[in-house]
Structure formats: structure tokens, C-alpha cells
Design a protein around this ligand. Structure first.
Ligand code: UDH
Ligand code: MN
Length: 361
């Protein structure tokens, strides 16, 4: 009896001791890892997408934040991140409706000694062809798509003028050059479809500008943004006395939203060689009863770098025949039937170069 009571006493004491140690551990855990710190660590890991090598990291970062907002978690996570004083950049205010950097009409010069490297040096604020205004949130994110083959000199001139031009407009933009590999007949429209499909893999662009390599805009009031309806930007050019070539002209440079472009199934892929692929796109919009807008001809001014007809881009003899069939085929000939093989994708300093095998007629 005596023995049992002292043994039991010891075992009771041991139980209390274990309980005490456990309680103290819980208190210590709470002191070391308070709830909001845990949350803020989680939020840091979740909202800070590592900057990708493709130069699109910042954009991906903001997309991730938006995603959180949509599920109702965004604000909470955001505010805890701020409270913990981590490195979330402050929210930018919207850029002004009219950029204070615009210069209006300029007389352009084309210096034949200018090199691509010179243009790289002029534009150190451009990363992999992409730029965002540093001090304000751009009103639109714009992908510039350039169909290309054997026009290196024209590309140097265009990049030299276009990068500062777009920056004066305070846009978030990236330039994509879609390069047709091989010597088969050129197909401008198909390259532009490909540019659209590939650029969308990078970012959900608001606006797509389909841009000939040899047309350089002269007036930065000709804004490279999309409108409620498709916009034809290159109404006037030096070679036509700054007048429209014909009233329904829809070539050279056009600006379309994703919705507008998808509504007509993009360009036809069937126009091999020169001519009428732009008229075909115009007809596609007409069939949908969608009207076209144009900036005033006084500002829609372009300098076309002189060139002759390219080898491999001869006039397409079938172009008018094809144009008669638009109504019949537009639903099955376009973005939904654009087959190609991407041979390389190079994120160069001033543009993304996408070399593609598009087949032949
Ligand atoms: N393009 C190329 N490489 C080519 C062909 C066309 O990059 O070999 C691209 C380039 O972006 C060009 C666009 O496709 O700006 C349109 O082609 P284009 O410039 O040949 O068309 P445009 O209507 O000229 O300007 C047609 C021939 C002009 C002959 C002039 C003779 N008076
Ligand atoms: Mn041309």
C-alpha cells in the first residue's frame, strides 16, 4: 500500500510534467510563428512568380495577382504582403489619355549606315522586344506582328523609328517578326495568322497590329491601339501622295482586337504571292456587317521604304478568283485551319523572331 501510493504519486507527477512540456511547446510555437506571418510567407510565394527568361516575367506576375483577385483571395493576400513590408511594387496609376510625350508629325530620315546593333544601343529599355512604361500603367497591351523574309534593312529602319514611337505613346508592347523559312512563294496573311497564334502564347494582348516591314509611321498621334471596330491605320503613304490607294483599302497596317480577329476566323491562309489577302480580310468584316474606322488622313501618314517586287512574291494570278469565294470559305479557311511548323523562336533584344515552315501553295 505504502509502496503503491508513492509509485502512483511519481507516475502522476510524470504525467503533469509531460503535460506542462507540451503546453509550453504550443505557446512557444505560437510566439515563434504567429498566424499572419505564416499567411504572408504563403502570399509571398504565391504572388511572386519568378521572372522568366523570356522577359515576360513582370506581366506574368500581374496576371497571377489578377487571378487571385478573381477568386476573392487577392485583396487579402495582397494586403498581408504589404503589411509584411516585402518587395511588392506599388500599383501604377493609369497612363494619361493623351501621352505628354507625343511629338506629332516628324520628318523621318533613313541612314543607310545605321546597323541593328546601333538600334539595340538606342533602346536599352527594351527587353526581348517588349517594353512597359516605367511610371504608369499602359492603357493597352499591344502585339506588333511583322511578316518577314529578306528585308533586313527595312527591319532596321522600322525598329529604329517604331520603338521610340510606341514608347512616346506610353504603350505596353512587344514586337514579333514572323519569318518565312525557305524559298517557296511568300504568304503574308498566313504569317500574320501565325504571329497572332504565337503571340497569344506569351500574353493575353488587348490589341494586335498587323504591320508591313517597310511602312514607317510619321506621326505619333496615329495611336497604335485598338478601337471598338477594326482600324485601318495606313491610309496615306508617301508613294501615293498620302492618299488612300482605293476606298476599301485595308492593307499595310491594321489594328484588331482578339475578338474582332476571331470573329472573322483571321486571315485566309490561301493567298500565296502578292495581292488581295488584305481585301479578303475586309470582305470578312463586311460579311459580318462590321464597319472599319480610320484615323484622320492628316495623321495616318507613312513613309514607305523604297523597294521593288520581291522574288518569291510575284502577283498571285488567282487572287480575284479567291476573293470571290470568301463568303463560301471564310469559316473553314483561317485561324482554325492554319497549319505550320515553328523552326525557331529567338528572343532577340529588339524583337521576338519566329521562323516558320508554312509549306507551299
Ligand atoms: N514581305 C517580306 N518579304 C518578301 C515579301 C513581302 O518581308 O519577300 C513582307 C513585308 O513585311 C512587306 C509585306 O510583306 O512589307 C508586303 O509585301 P510588299 O511590300 O512586297 O507589298 P507592296 O504592296 O509592294 O508594298 C508590292 C510590290 C511593289 C512593286 C513596286 C513596283 N512599282
Ligand atoms: Mn511594301
Amino acid at each position: 500500500m505504502e509502496l503503491c501510493s508513492s509509485a502512483c504519486n511519481i507516475s502522476h507527477r510524470a504525467k503533469y510534467f509531460v503535460l506542462l512540456v507540451l503546453s509550453l511547446s504550443v505557446v512557444a510555437w505560437i510566439i515563434i510563428f504567429p498566424g499572419d506571418t505564416v499567411t504572408s510567407l504563403i502570399s509571398f510565394n504565391s504572388t511572386h512568380t519568378p521572372v522568366k527568361e523570356d522577359g515576360l516575367g513582370d506581366k506574368l506576375h500581374s496576371t497571377t495577382e489578377e487571378d487571385f483577385k478573381e477568386d476573392g483571395l487577392g485583396d487579402k493576400l495582397h494586403s498581408t504582403t504589404e503589411a509584411s513590408n516585402l518587395t511588392t511594387p506599388p500599383q501604377k496609376v493609369d497612363c494619361p489619355k493623351v501621352s505628354p510625350l507625343l511629338q506629332g508629325l516628324r520628318n523621318l530620315s533613313f541612314d543607310s549606315s545605321l546597323t541593328l546593333n546601333d538600334v539595340v544601343t538606342e533602346n536599352e529599355n527594351v527587353r526581348a522586344g517588349e517594353y512597359e512604361p516605367p511610371d504608369c500603367a499602359a492603357r493597352q497591351s499591344v502585339a506588333i506582328l511583322i511578316p518577314f523574309r529578306n528585308r533586313e534593312r527595312h527591319l532596321v529602319y522600322l525598329l529604329h523609328h517604331l520603338h521610340p514611337f510606341l514608347q512616346r505613346q506610353q504603350l505596353h508592347y512587344a514586337i514579333y517578326v514572323i519569318h518565312q523559312a525557305g524559298n517557296a512563294t511568300f504568304n503574308r496573311a498566313k504569317l500574320l495568322n501565325i504571329g497572332y497564334l504565337e503571340a497569344l502564347k506569351d500574353y493575353n494582348w488587348d490589341c494586335f497590329i498587323f504591320h508591313d516591314v517597310d511602312l514607317v509611321p510619321e506621326d505619333d498621334r496615329n495611336l497604335y491601339v485598338c478601337a471598338e471596330t477594326p482600324k485601318h491605320m495606313a491610309g496615306g503613304r508617301n508613294t501615293t501622295g498620302y492618299k488612300m490607294s482605293y476606298p476599301r483599302y485595308f492593307g499595310g497596317v491594321t489594328a484588331l482586337t482578339r475578338k474582332q480577329f476571331v470573329q472573322v476566323n483571321g486571315f485566309s491562309n490561301s493567298y500565296w504571292g502578292w495581292g488581295c489577302e488584305d481585301d479578303d480580310l475586309y470582305v470578312r468584316f463586311q460579311l459580318q456587317k462590321v464597319t472599319i474606322v480610320r484615323p484622320p488622313i492628316a495623321i495616318a501618314r507613312y513613309s514607305m521604304v523604297f523597294h521593288t517586287r520581291d522574288k518569291g512574291n510575284e502577283k498571285n494570278k488567282d487572287r480575284f478568283k479567291l476573293l470571290k469565294k470568301t463568303q463560301e470559305v471564310w469559316m473553314k479557311d483561317g485561324l482554325n485551319s492554319c497549319s505550320y511548323k515553328t523552326l525557331s523562336m529567338d528572343r532577340l533584344p529588339l524583337y521576338v523572331n519566329i521562323t516558320v515552315d508554312i509549306g507551299k501553295p
